[in-house]
Design a protein around this ligand. Structure first.
Ligand SMILES: [Ca+2]
Ligand SMILES: [Ca+2]
Length: 306
């Protein structure tokens, strides 16, 4: 577009006065600017990780770190230290958090990892009526890696986020001594809970309808994935270190409740651990399993902590 406009403009301008040449240059500048704007408007998704600062409009404009990759956009609550939205490449949010008091399973309970609950404080949850604040520091920022560390207001807990082009990790880096936590996916497969939702995990290759609960220790490597037959992808959560602690899934009327180290209301995790959450662009069990096990560093030692 630019070259044809420019050549037409150039051919025309050679036959006219100096002032017209000036106008032609203006026209060319406008054409180039328009092309540049069109290019920006059609910008390809990033191949790396991009960190920006803004608000999550679906969470009452909560101030957020916005981390964009080729397959997902993560909204990380700057005060709460938990994710309020995970948006897929079709613009669908698989968490569905909003903070309205009393919304319960329809909003305020949702998120990831929602990990410190009525322990030594309530932390690492998108901010709802009971979330206590944490302070955040961006400790790494490049195209390949964004790292953000949250410290709870009481100084007893530390949660570390690591975003890579193909993965988001949450590490509970410091646990308040004598207390326990869990790591939850409380969300909405494909944008809402409905009858087309399903899930499967590391226990076997059977696809479970969304109402089917699970109670027990997931076999290592520990992971589960949630899908909706109306979408071409699943959302997975994984725990990097295998353990013997109970895990649990059940459906609430408006959201999933999946927990590593959770069972019957109890919390079991007392040591630092790492977890991943993200999308796999497939709904086939074998393909999803292969993608997760090749992408997630299962059994890895904990990352160097800031
Ligand atoms: Ca759904
Ligand atoms: Ca377990």
């Amino acid at each position: 577009m630019e070259s044809s406009v420019a050549s037409e403009v150039a051919g025309f301008s050679s036959k006219v006065s100096h002032s017209m040449v000036h106008s032609a240059r203006m026209l060319r500048a406008i054409a180039v600017t328009t092309l540049a704007l069109l290019t920006v408007g059609c910008a390809p998704t990033p191949s790396g990780v991009v960190l920006s600062h803004g608000v999550d409009s679906s969470a009452d404009d909560a101030p957020s770190f916005i981390i964009t990759t080729a397959v997902a956009t993560f909204y990380l609550d700057k005060q709460g230290g938990g994710l309020s939205s995970i948006v897929d490449r079709d613009g669908v949010d698989w968490l569905g958090f909003h903070p309205r008091a009393g919304s319960g399973w329809k909003g305020e309970y949702r998120g990831f990892p929602n990990s410190v609950h009525r322990q030594d404080g309530n932390y690492f949850h998108a901010v709802n009526a009971t979330t206590e604040p944490s302070s955040a520091v961006v400790t790494a920022q490049s195209d390949a890696h964004v790292q953000i560390v949250f410290t709870s207001a009481n100084g007893k807990w530390q949660g570390q986020w690591d975003f890579y082009p193909d993965r988001c990790d949450f590490t509970m880096a410091q646990v308040s001594e004598g207390y326990r936590y869990w790591v939850l996916y409380e969300g909405v497969p494909g944008g809402e809970i409905n009858e087309t939702d399903y899930w499967f995990g590391s226990m076997d290759n059977r696809v479970r309808e969304i109402h089917e609960p699970f109670s027990g220790d997931l076999p290592g490597p520990e992971w589960v994935a949630f899908g909706d037959s109306n979408t071409p992808r699943v959302l997975y959560v994984a725990q990097h270190q295998d353990d013997n602690h109970l895990d649990e899934y059940y459906m609430r009327p408006y959201m999933t409740v999946f927990g590593f180290g959770r069972n019957d209301g109890n919390k079991y995790l007392s040591e630092p651990r790492s977890f991943s959450i993200g999308f796999v662009e497939s709904t086939n069990y074998s393909t999803v399993k292969e993608a997760i096990t090749s992408r997630v560093p299962f059994q890895a030692t904990l990352p160097s902590l800031k």
